[in-house]
Design a protein around this ligand. Structure first.
Ligand code: C5P
Length: 253
């Protein structure tokens, strides 16, 4: 793991329900966090404005809507996701700031359960449309098995590996998987196939609904490229301090 040492990046999951809370949190964390995750709760509440606000602050967005539908619908959703950043460029003087990230959406997710054709369509449309409108192609990540599902025997790890292999075949850039599967995925599919890991819990933290959890240190040690952290930061009394502590633990791995 020497080449990957200290390379993992923190992604903060903005699982909150209002634009104002999001604005406060992003500004509070801006000096230590580069990537923010917009998931179904925030996107349902605020829509594209959430993505545009974060990008206008010069930060990267992981749009985690876990698309899972017929290939045509998923391809169209990916097209709209890629187009969000162009709308940003056209939106002048958003909150009196000139957008500094004009490279487009950083990352989005689809669910691998949608199958090979669905994932292929997502990649094809995402690549073509990004090129057409002149933004970077966002990283396409496939959700394998939710980290809220426990591993009974080797049932989960086998399924994760199987789904990750299909994701790679479809041309995805990587998968969402727990730290428990990270090493096996890299061994089987190569170190360049990215792994983004939720279910991160610093020692002594409540796992809540997450089952396949790991500390930041273990996740980095096992090879996760991105660590997604929601409640341990977002619900902390001092989110900035919590993020700093997690970053410090990641760097000490
Ligand atoms: O609060 P917590 O740190 O558990 O948040 C984890 C985040 O990662 C949530 O936003 C959740 O939707 C997301 N996620 C997950 N498991 C996956 C994919 C995404 O927990 N397999």
């Amino acid at each position: 793991m020497i080449g990957k040492k200290n390379k993992a990046q923190l992604v903060v999951a903005l699982d909150i329900d209002s634009f104002e809370k999001m604005r406060v949190l992003v500004d509070q964390l801006a000096d230590v966090v580069e990537i923010f995750k917009v998931g179904s709760q925030l996107f349902t509440a605020c829509g594209p404005a959430a993505v545009r606000f974060i990008e206008a602050r010069g930060k990267k967005v992981f749009l985690d809507l876990k698309f899972h539908d017929i290939p045509n619908t998923v391809g169209s959703a990916v097209r709209s996701a890629v187009g969000l950043s162009v709308a940003l460029e056209r939106a002048t003087d958003f909150h009196n700031r000139t957008p500094s990230v004009k490279k487009g959406l950083f990352m989005y997710s689809v669910h691998t359960v949608g199958g090979l054709e669905m994932m292929k369509e997502a990649v094809a449309v995402g690549t073509k449309f990004a090129e057409e409108i002149g933004v970077n192609k966002p990283l396409a990540m496939g959700v394998t098995v939710l980290t809220s599902e426990a591993n009974k025997g080797n049932s989960v790890i086998d399924l994760v590996l199987e789904r990750a292999a299909v994701a790679k075949k479809a041309g995805l850039d990587g998968v969402v998987a727990s730290a428990e599967e990270a090493k096996a995925i890299h061994d089987k599919l190569g170190k360049d196939f990215l792994i983004i890991t939720p279910g991160i819990r610093p020692l002594g933290t409540d796992p809540q609904d997450q089952k396949r959890v790991a500390t930041p240190k273990i996740a980095v040690k096992n090879g996760s490229d991105f660590l997604v952290v929601g409640r341990p930061i977002v619900a902390a009394a001092n989110p900035h301090k919590a993020a700093e502590a997690i970053l410090q633990e990641m760097q000490s791995s």
